[in-house]
Design a protein around this ligand. Structure first.
Ligand code: ARG
Length: 306
């Protein structure tokens, strides 16, 4: 069955995008994006998503937050049909690992609140658990969350309790795949792109066990093309690049691949998924409701007793 989420996105307009600091291995302040090209690429992505029938809401950026364009990291939006009436939208705000990105949150929070979202948080202003929403995706009824470079394991407990879902942690160890969305992309109910090399071996095995039909990619494919950092609209996968082998498998499964060049944004370490934040993940649909919530901690590292 086709994914039902992925038809409504928030994106942050790119006018303030720069590489002012280096908080991931892709970033080098000596190599700046071309503002005109970046804007044109971003516009092309918006138009592509709209032409596929998705809604795109545009959030303003802020001058002191050159990474805010990576809207995926603003927070995790969840629709809650059990909340009656208009206020069915919720968002758990991110608590960024690095202080350079922390100004994004209050601005985003105001925007989401004025657009009908009830907001919450797992930590803020450097206090409490870090959580970056590029680490969190629904799959198989659970919320899969990458912990390590950006998100703390403690955040899993807060997310489970706040949302009332099963949160399944996997441990990220690869410095270049510092968010789960660089290594994992749900494609439909049974399939997902997975880069096991991003994860501790026990976590990689756990994630592969969760996905009935994984499309396994290599570290080189994940880092070299950022092809896991794609978004899925129905049967269409909007990708920054697609290795031939990956395309063959996607097409054999009945997906259509649409390429959108967002190379300027790779200079900041993000691609198509990072630029788009889905607003239609729904509790009781993609995420099974589990009153009180439940955490499945990342499996113990090999060689250590649990
Ligand atoms: N420069 C940003 C950072 O390091 C890139 C964020 C990429 N976003 C993502 N969802 N992976 O935080």
């Amino acid at each position: 069955m086709t994914l039902e989420w992925g038809r409504h996105y928030a994106m942050v307009e790119p006018s303030q995008f720069r590489v002012d600091y280096a908080i991931n291995p892709f970033m080098d302040p000596a190599v700046q994006p071309d503002p005109q090209l970046a804007t044109a690429q971003w516009q092309h992505l918006v138009e592509t998503l709209r032409s596929l029938g998705s809604t795109v809401d545009v959030v303003p950026g802020r001058a002191d937050s050159p990474d805010m364009v990576y809207a995926m990291n603003l927070g995790l939006a969840i629709l809650r049909p059990e909340w009656e009436g208009a206020g069915r939208r919720s968002m758990v705000m991110s608590h960024m690992r690095f202080p350079q990105r922390r100004n994004e949150t209050p601005s985003a929070q105001r925007w989401f609140e004025t657009h009908g979202f009830a907001t919450s948080y797992v930590g803020r202003e450097g206090v409490g658990a870090h959580f970056e929403a590029g680490d969190a995706f629904p799959f198989g009824g659970d919320l899969v969350v990458g912990v390590g470079p950006r998100t703390d394991e403690l955040a899993l407990k807060h997310l489970a309790a706040d949302l009332g879902v099963t949160v399944r942690g996997v441990k990220i160890t690869h410095p270049g795949m510092y968010h789960l969305d660089l290594a994992f992309c749900p494609l439909d109910e049974r399939r997902a792109i997975v880069c096991p090399d991003a994860l501790e071996p026990t976590s990689a095995a756990a994630l592969l066990a969760l996905v009935p039909e994984p499309l396994v990619i290599t570290e080189e494919e994940a880092i070299g093309t950022l092809c896991a950092n794609s978004v899925v609209v129905g049967r269409t996968v909007v990708m920054p690049a697609c290795p031939p082998r990956v395309r063959e498998q996607l097409e054999a499964w009945g997906f259509e691949v649409v390429l959108v060049d967002v190379s300027e944004f790779h200079l900041g370490g993000g691609s198509i998924r990072c630029l788009t934040n889905p607003l239609d993940i729904t509790l009781g649909r993609e995420l099974e409701a589990v009153p009180g919530g439940r955490v499945v901690a990342p499996p113990a590292e090999e060689g250590f007793a649990a």
